[in-house]
Each structure stands twice: as structure tokens, then as C-alpha cells.
Write a new protein. Structure first.
Ligand code: DHB
Ligand code: FE
Length: 283
């Protein structure tokens, strides 16, 4: 049977990818952020999964704002890197894991989650930046195939935090019911507090972020009690991306081991964080 071996929560700020792509990670602006990643990267490099499930949001690059699925899963063999206006990032295309994707879609639909199926999908910074946070130097190919799981966090009404956590629980069960012996990692991406436009542009709420970082590890249910308005008020209009961390957390066991955590302000306009959890507390 397949098992989930670890979970990674990470911000997906595009300029983090650009800093890597342009060789600027050791500049004074960026080095504190990348120094904070180092222990997690070292650990993940020793714990390469067979498949990574990346829970992320498209930013109107692959999915037009005219048709916005609440939850969607990619079932393709290959996901090209999207051109977000400056040409595609110079990173490898993302190989898929279609057999596991199709199993997840079927299991989740049977569990009451009406998943949109993406047979073709270009992946934007929401997915490629977390992949670069995981693996800074992939060479010609990423270390493992990937299943993109898309959550609408950009168009009101976003799914509730409670629904995202429930999706994560069902996703975890669906992975565990896959009959192949696969080791799977789950990424929850986006956040932390940030707002890119409007009167509150530049908003950072460190006390809220610190509370969220503690609770995602030890008391995720408390985070499901917050409404979408709570997330937007406390974390900003883009900070609501944090509900995607709850999908990852729901897929993990109740007991997890925190391997590493880092919090840094600012990365572009965003409070950036990383939290890495080993899901093998039981073994
Ligand atoms: C930024 C953050 C995001 O989450 C995003 O999708 C785009 C930009 C930023 O802080 O620049
Ligand atoms: Fe974003």
C-alpha cells in the first residue's frame, strides 16, 4: 500500500523562484531566507518520495477566471511550466503520476468531493516555486513525479478551511488505499500573511502567522474553525492561501514530528515560511 512519509508547508512567492533562477540567493536580501531552508532541504534530499502531491493554487495562468474550479486534480503524464509573462521558468517540466492521480480522483469523488479533472495543465509559480524550495538544483528532471491538486483561493467564495482539512483527510485515505508500495510526500503551499493590492497592500501579521505555525502542527482543528473572512482579515487577501496547508495537514497523521521550521519577513510582499513534518511518528 502507498504511505505518506512527509509533509512540507511552504510559501510560493514568485521572486523566491526568480532569486534561484538568477543566482541571487546569497545576496543579503535573500540569504536569510535560503539559510532557513537548508536543514529542510538536506533532510528531504535523504528522503526522496516516489511521488509528490502538491496542493497549490493557479494564479489565473492555466485556469481562466471565467471558469474557476473549487478543487481540481491533474491526471496528465506531463505538466509544462507556464509562461507567466517573462517566459517559462528555467526548470524542468513536471512529470505526472497518472495512475495514482486517477485513483485519487475516483476515491475523492466517491468520498463526496466533486473534483474537477485536469487532463492538461500548465503549472505556474504556485507549484514550481515549492518544487524549487524542495529541490534547488533539479538538473534535467525533478527528483519525483508530481500530482497537482488545485484549490481556489483567489476567487470568492473560496472553500472553507474546514472543507480543506476534510479534503486532506480524504486525500490521505485515498493515498493509503492505493495498492502499490509508494512513498508519497504532500506539499501544502502558499501563505503566510500577505496582501498584494488595495488599501492594505503589504500587510504582514506576524502574531497570526506564528499562531498558525504552532497550530498547523499541534492543533489543526482550531484552524478549521476560522472563517474565510477571518483568514482574509488576519492574513490578507492572498494570505488565505494558508487554507491549502490544511489539505496537507489533513492528509498526515494526528501525531507528526516537526523536522524543521523557518519564518522570514519579507520575501517580496510576503511573510514566507517553511514547515517540514515527518509522518512516521508511529514507526
Ligand atoms: C507574491 C506572493 C504570492 O503568493 C503570489 O502568488 C504572487 C506574488 C509576492 O509577495 O510578491
Ligand atoms: Fe500566491
Amino acid at each position: 500500500m502507498a504511505e505518506i512519509i512527509w509533509g512540507l508547508a511552504t510559501s510560493h512567492v514568485p521572486s523566491i523562484g526568480a532569486a534561484m533562477d538568477n543566482g541571487r540567493t546569497s545576496e543579503p536580501y535573500w540569504s536569510p531566507l535560503f539559510d532557513g531552508y537548508a536543514p529542510a532541504r538536506e533532510w528531504m534530499a535523504k528522503n526522496t518520495p516516489d511521488v509528490a502531491i502538491v496542493v497549490y493554487n493557479d494564479h489565473a495562468n492555466a485556469i481562466d477566471l471565467d471558469v474557476v474550479p473549487t478543487f481540481a486534480i491533474g491526471t496528465a503524464d506531463l505538466y509544462p511550466v507556464a509562461d507567466e509573462g517573462w517566459g517559462p521558468r528555467p526548470v524542468p517540466p513536471v512529470r505526472g503520476a497518472p495512475a495514482l492521480s486517477e485513483h485519487l480522483v475516483e476515491e475523492l469523488i466517491d468520498a463526496g468531493f466533486d473534483i474537477t479533472i485536469c487532463r492538461e495543465l500548465e503549472v505556474d509559480h504556485g507549484l514550481t516555486v515549492p518544487m524549487s524550495v524542495y529541490c534547488p538544483d533539479p538538473g534535467a528532471a525533478w527528483p519525483c513525479p508530481v500530482i497537482p491538486v488545485i484549490v481556489n483561493v483567489i476567487q470568492h467564495p473560496q472553500p472553507t478551511a474546514a472543507r480543506c482539512y476534510a479534503l486532506g483527510k480524504a486525500l490521505g485515505q485515498a493515498v493509503r488505499s492505493f495498492p502499490e508500495e509508494l512513498q508519497v510526500a504532500v506539499f501544502g503551499t502558499g501563505g503566510m500573511s500577505h496582501q498584494l493590492a488595495g488599501a492594505r497592500a503589504g500587510l504582514i501579521n506576524e502574531p497570526f502567522d506564528r499562531m498558525f505555525l504552532r497550530a498547523i502542527e499541534v492543533d489543526p482543528v482550531s484552524l478549521t474553525e476560522l472563517t474565510r473572512e477571518d483568514y482574509v482579515r488576519e492574513a490578507g487577501s492572498e494570505g488565505i492561501e494558508l487554507i491549502m496547508w490544511l489539505v496537507m495537514r489533513g492528509a498526515l497523521d494526528e501525531q507528526i514530528i516537526r523536522v524543521h521550521e523557518a519564518y522570514h519577513v519579507p520575501a517580496s510582499n510576503t511573510a514566507a515560511a517553511l514547515a517540514l513534518f515527518d509522518n512516521r511518528a508511529h514507526s
